[in-house]
Design a protein around this ligand. Structure first.
Ligand code: ZN
Ligand code: MN
Length: 485
């Protein structure tokens, strides 16, 4: 049997979170909250005789992304008309960029499940405008043009992606970077970030590029992974049975968990690209580009590396913390508040994520939970100073997560401070052993695991507040003492 490898290039359309549209002053609104066709004007409705004006903020956002993706910014870029007819495109053409995109020749590093990293080449990133949105009901099609003219950045990779796992890792990293740059919310379910893998397969070792298919408008990272895996498998089966893969545009059917053919692919000349005569060439002075580069925030990879060197975190923990910007900020705020970084990382990745999972909350919402970074830092410090034990801290976590509050005050109000008074603990141990002669006998007969059970009884008698290490020591001492008596 032939072994195959996938060859995937990814095209991503990211809406830019500007206040107004790409070529007019209409507001960019959340498609789920605004009534249809409320944010439209002659420009974005494609009326005759109107003139577009380039949105400066959109250009700056596009440059931010280009620079963050290690791209070269050419001397100039130029808008072009991409002509095609569709009811969601009132002008009959989309203003895009073709020969002269905003950014070219960059790369992005992806993190693979086995802990390795890999660079994916970025071919280009160009500015364009979004189309309207069609809704099909009862045999009618309704169009909402609020979205028509919303700024889009199209980001295209080289064909460097060779598996569904790599496609998923790319999608994840790109989404994180866009969110760090604050140019896109990353809310894929709302359609603000759409991913389209171009997929072909070939025998391992071959250098030819075979016919590819394109899976359009994938709206979650999980679907990027599933659709890619499905399409790779489908093409391999076609070749294995002696067939040929047809060039096509595909969609993903979430219910059937399979691809569906939408249409046979147009070639570039079908779009009749030509330079947009109503817009000037865009030339950004070098000093402005450098100013944008200097103002870029610390990006996920740099932050991860800093967490490893500055705080001694493991590569895994650091990568988990930086995957969502909000989590990274939460962690940094807790460290700033004086908590031990490793302990804070453990509590976030363990207890906090577990609580958030229970509530089906996304990790990006961590800034809104009632347990503040300061409270987490204080809790960690209380454990380290021996004021409370680990078990009490876990229970306090639950309270703080649900109701918020100040850990030190809760410890005092509820009398949760750890008991390390040896005479008090010894008395509790002796009382338990006296009440459990059978268990003591089993221990003396060699059943070591009895210690754990007795430990539980002592901690229960101490209402969970005993110094666990001290209780364990006293318990063993007292049990051994009974061996001779
Ligand atoms: Zn408008
Ligand atoms: Mn496009």
């Amino acid at each position: 049997m032939t072994a195959y490898e996938a060859v995937i290039g990814m095209e991503v359309h990211a809406e830019l979170q500007t206040a107004s549209k790409m070529f007019c002053s209409c507001a960019v609104v959340d498609s789920t909250s605004a009534a249809p066709n409320q944010h439209v004007c002659p420009v974005c409705l494609g009326m005759p005789g109107v003139l577009p004006v380039i949105n400066q903020q959109a250009v700056e956002f596009g440059l931010r992304v280009g620079l963050a993706l290690n791209c070269e910014i050419p001397e100039f870029s130029q808008f072009a008309r991409k002509s095609y007819f569709y009811p969601d495109l009132p002008k009959g053409y989309q203003i895009s960029q073709y020969e002269f995109p905003l950014a070219v020749r960059g790369w992005l590093e992806i993190d693979l499940p086995d802990g390795s990293t890999k660079r994916i080449g970025i071919r280009r990133a160009h500015l364009e405008e979004d189309t309207g949105k069609l809704t099909h009901v009862d045999g009618h099609s309704l169009v909402d043009l609020n979205r028509a003219g919303v700024p889009l950045l199209e980001i295209v990779t080289e064909a460097d992606i060779h598996s569904a796992e790599e496609a998923e890792a790319y999608a994840r990293k790109l989404r994180a970077i866009l969110r760090y740059l604050e140019v896109n919310s990353g809310d894929m379910s709302k359609g603000v970030l759409r991913m389209e893998p171009n997929i072909s397969v070939r025998p391992v070792g071959a250098s030819e590029l075979r016919t590819r298919t394109e899976v359009k408008n994938l709206n979650s990272i999980r679907v990027v992974a599933r659709a890619s895996a499905y399409e790779i498998e489908r093409q391999i089966k076609v070749y294995e049975s002696g067939g040929t893969v047809q060039q096509a545009t595909l969609g993903w059917d979430e219910n059937r968990q399979s691809v569906v053919v939408q249409r046979l692919k147009e070639s570039a000349e079908d779009y009749r690209y030509f330079p947009e005569p109503d817009l000037p060439i865009v030339i950004i002075p070098r000093d402005q580009i450098e100013a944008i580069r200097a103002a870029l925030p610390e990006l996920p990879d740099a932050k991860r590396d800093r967490f490893i060197t500055a705080f001694g975190l493991s590569h895994y923990d650091a990568a988990v913390l930086v995957a969502e910007q909000a989590v990274a900020y939460y962690f940094e705020a807790a460290v700033q508040a004086g908590g031990d970084p490793k302990q804070i990382a453990n509590y976030i990745i363990g207890d906090v994520f577990r609580q958030m999972n229970n509530e089906s909350r996304d990790r990006e919402e961590i800034g809104a939970i009632k347990l503040t970074p300061k409270a987490l830092a204080d809790l960690v410090t209380l454990v380290q100073k021996g004021t409370i034990n680990h078990g009490v801290a876990k229970k306090l976590m639950d309270t703080l997560y649900t109701d918020g509050g100040d850990p030190a005050r809760l410890v005092e109000e509820r009398g949760l401070a750890q008991v390390s008074d040896e005479s008090v603990l010894a008395a509790a141990v002796i009382a338990v052993l006296d009440a459990q002669p059978g268990e003591v006998a089993r221990y003396l007969a060699g059943e070591d695991k009895v210690v754990k059970f007795l430990m539980g009884l002592v901690m229960k008698a101490m209402r969970g507040k005993g110094d666990a290490q001290m209780v364990q020591r006293l318990l063993t001492e007292q049990l051994e003492a009974r061996r001779t008596n």
